[in-house]
Design a protein around this ligand. Structure first.
Ligand code: 2HG
Ligand code: ZN
Length: 485
């Protein structure tokens, strides 16, 4: 690789001419809103914000950037948890927003696919699929801003992975632009296509380091005509897991979400988010939000779920439970879960970790990790919540109650993170279950990854992006020569 450079005035003029006023700006009022990560931890600068209207314009940008050795940072809704779409602080990189490419090109109910451009917001895709009597079965708290391109580039997970898998399982084909400006026309509706290396899977989860996803054909499933949503209070995560396995026996594939919420996460939501109400009379140490669905003609899922939960209470596995009696109540229960990140953000800085271990090992892991981190850093408060059914929790560590959270984060944040990542590595887990590596996990990823994995990743990067222009400094470190000159 050769060194990256600052964009010259001449390059900026060529980009402005090709993209037009809607597609190019250097106005700080418009650029600067997109140069900080969602959690306000990483502050970048960008020479310009590019908003192409189609794949041909993206191709023009990448060809020019490759020739000029200028870094490109692709961005969707900017809801990355790892600062994966935040440019570097030196202002040498160009932000490439895909938000203008927000058309759902078609929905084909007979093929069960939707073809959506990279800038389509997840909630809009949900609505369009529903209008066609179908469903796109991936959801997460940031659905109002996260875009299809970002979800693909980060191989997003969310709250339905238990049944439908991550984004990798839901993408049939991609249209994408490679760093040399060539366009991959891969928007297939084929369910099977077995011709060697799978470029689509390579680009999914590549965090924008190998090219730019511009559109995708996505799998749809039949609309879930009925859903049952329950909130369960219990004493320990081990019991939660036992309940999940029982529910699977009782309801087959009906359970699609099984989310763990500790008492202190619920407290945060009740404290910081308006109009939230505690779902159960008592404050239980742990809670689980469960959603089960069924097609129109199937028996109502609330009967099976209600029965299984009543038995779990009788058997002493669960302490208490409530079943939503209406859509409004179901939404209210989901709001308690989906607002945890926002409530934690309002509360202050946190060292955030997105870890996974084998499902059955997770309850024990959470207990050990919490005890270890709280012993090593006295006063800190560990909070583990999320996708217990996938063996993935967000093991976030907040400042001691009496500390200035920003000062604490600056002084101790990376030591806490290093400690947690070492801990999860020692237990055979991963430091990124669903959020990716981005910038905030880069150092520990490189430190802890197997050399063979890193070697293969570097070889792929070198082959597809020899100038190193794509999302520099994310997922793989900048080579020394690549800091912009
Ligand atoms: C979630 O599960 C997201 O709500 C965010 O992945 C997790 O804020 C977090 O740590
Ligand atoms: Zn999550």
């Amino acid at each position: 690789m050769t060194g990256l450079r600052f964009p010259t005035p001449d390059l900026l003029t060529r980009l402005a001419d090709r993209l037009g006023p809607r597609g190019f700006t250097t106005d700080p009022d418009l650029v600067d809103t997109w140069t900080t990560d969602w959690r306000d931890r990483v502050h970048g600068r960008a020479a310009a914000l590019l908003s192409p209207a189609n794949a041909e314009e993206v191709a023009f940008v990448l060809r020019e950037a490759s020739a000029a050795h200028v870094g490109i940072v692709p961005q969707g809704g900017n809801s990355s948890m790892v600062a994966g779409a935040t440019p570097s602080a030196d202002g040498s990189q160009l932000l490439l927003s895909l938000r203008r490419m927000n058309r759902i090109r078609r929905i084909a109910p007979q093929d069960n696919i939707a073809e959506a451009e990279a800038g389509v917001i997840l909630a809009d895709l949900h609505a369009a699929a529903e209008d066609a009597g179908r469903r796109f079965p991936l959801s997460l708290a940031a659905k109002g801003s996260a875009t299809v391109g970002g979800l693909i580039s980060t191989n997003a997970g969310g709250t339905q992975v238990l049944r439908f898998g991550t984004m990798r399982a839901l993408v049939l084909g991609l249209e994408a632009v490679l760093p040399d400006g060539s366009i991959v026309e891969g928007l297939t509706a084929l369910r099977k296509d077995n011709r060697g290396y799978d470029l689509r899977q390579l680009l999914i989860g590549a965090e924008g380091t190998l090219g730019v996803v511009t559109a995708a054909s996505l799998k749809l499933v039949p609309a879930a005509a009925q859903r049952a949503v329950a909130w369960v209070g219990l004493e320990a995560p081990e019991q939660a897991l036992a309940i999940l396995r029982r529910l699977e026996q009782a309801t087959g594939e009906a359970v699609e979400s099984f989310e763990l919420v500790p008492a202190d996460a619920l407290d945060l939501v009740l404290r910081h988010i308006p109009d939230m109400r505690a779902p159960l009379e008592r404050r239980w140490p742990w809670n689980v939000l469960i959603e089960a669905t069924a097609l129109a003609d199937a028996p109502p899922p609330d009967e099976a779920l209600g029965l299984a939960l009543a038995t779990a209470i009788e058997d002493g596995l669960a302490g208490d439970a409530t079943l939503a009696a209406s859509e409004t109540q179901a939404e209210a229960l989901w709001a308690l879960r989906e607002n945890i990140s926002e409530a934690e953000r309002i509360d202050g800085m946190a060292a955030k970790h997105d870890v996974a271990v084998p499902v059955a090992a997770m309850p024990g892991f959470m207990g050990r990790a919490r005890a270890a981190v709280e012993a090593r850093f006295p006063g800190v408060r560990a909070l583990a919540f999320g996708h217990l059914g996938d063996g993935n929790v967000h093991f976030n560590v907040r400042a001691p109650a009496d500390a200035d959270d920003r000062a604490w984060f600056k002084a101790d944040g990376s030591a806490v993170t290093r400690f947690v990542h070492d801990f999860v590595a020692a237990e055979g887990g991963t430091l990124s279950a669903e959020h990716g590596i981005g910038q905030t996990k880069l150092a520990d990823f490189i430190r802890l990854a197997e050399p063979t994995r890193l070697h293969a990743m570097r070889a792929i990067k070198q082959a597809l992006d020899p100038a190193g222009i794509m999302n520099p400094g994310k997922l793989l470190p900048l080579a020394e020569a690549d800091a912009a000159q």
